[in-house]
Design a binder for this molecule. Structure first.
Ligand SMILES: [Zn+2]
Length: 155
């Protein structure tokens, strides 16, 4: 199905509301793909959620997102950002975390001291410099991933 040829489907004036990485946070699954709802051809890992003032919404690939927004840099840039972020996140737990005097894993990156620690109430928390996480996490790995998300936002 190719909506570019369908009557009543606007070609311009779309806005991108979000870009979703179908592999989610688990980069191990590398088989997650969708098909572009606009052209029906693109096999896509990144779904650009497009909305039109008419009220229509479609999940499309990069090539169609570019045409629909008349922006030939933004959509690709967002994909690259998400792709790099996903790779970095997948390696995050395997990094060589140092151990502080009090026995807590930490890293010094980008001029920040970050780390995770057992929280008072059981579970794990994290810190970025002197800012402590408000939430507590069941496992050390969850706390490390939450720390990653706080450091490197998706957008
Ligand atoms: Zn497409």
């Amino acid at each position: 199905m190719n909506r570019w040829d369908q009557k009543g489907i606007p070609h311009k004036g779309w806005e991108c509301e979000d870009v979703i990485d179908l592999r989610g946070d688990d980069a191990a699954e590398d088989t997650a793909y969708a098909v572009c709802e606009m052209c029906g051809n693109e096999r896509i890992r990144f779904v650009h959620r497009m909305a039109h003032p008419d009220g229509m919404s479609l999940g499309v690939g990069c090539v169609c997102a570019e045409k629909m927004t008349d922006d030939y840099e933004g959509p690709r840039r967002r994909e690259t950002h998400l792709r790099n972020r996903a790779t970095r996140r997948a390696r995050w737990l395997r990094r060589k975390w140092r151990i502080s005097k009090s026995g807590n894993p930490f890293l010094n990156i980008d001029g920040k001291n970050i780390g995770v620690h057992r929280s008072k109430f059981g579970g794990w928390g994290y810190h970025i410099d002197s800012t402590l996480s408000r939430a507590s996490f069941a496992t050390q790995s969850e706390a490390k991933l939450a720390l990653f998300d706080a450091l490197f936002p998706k957008v």
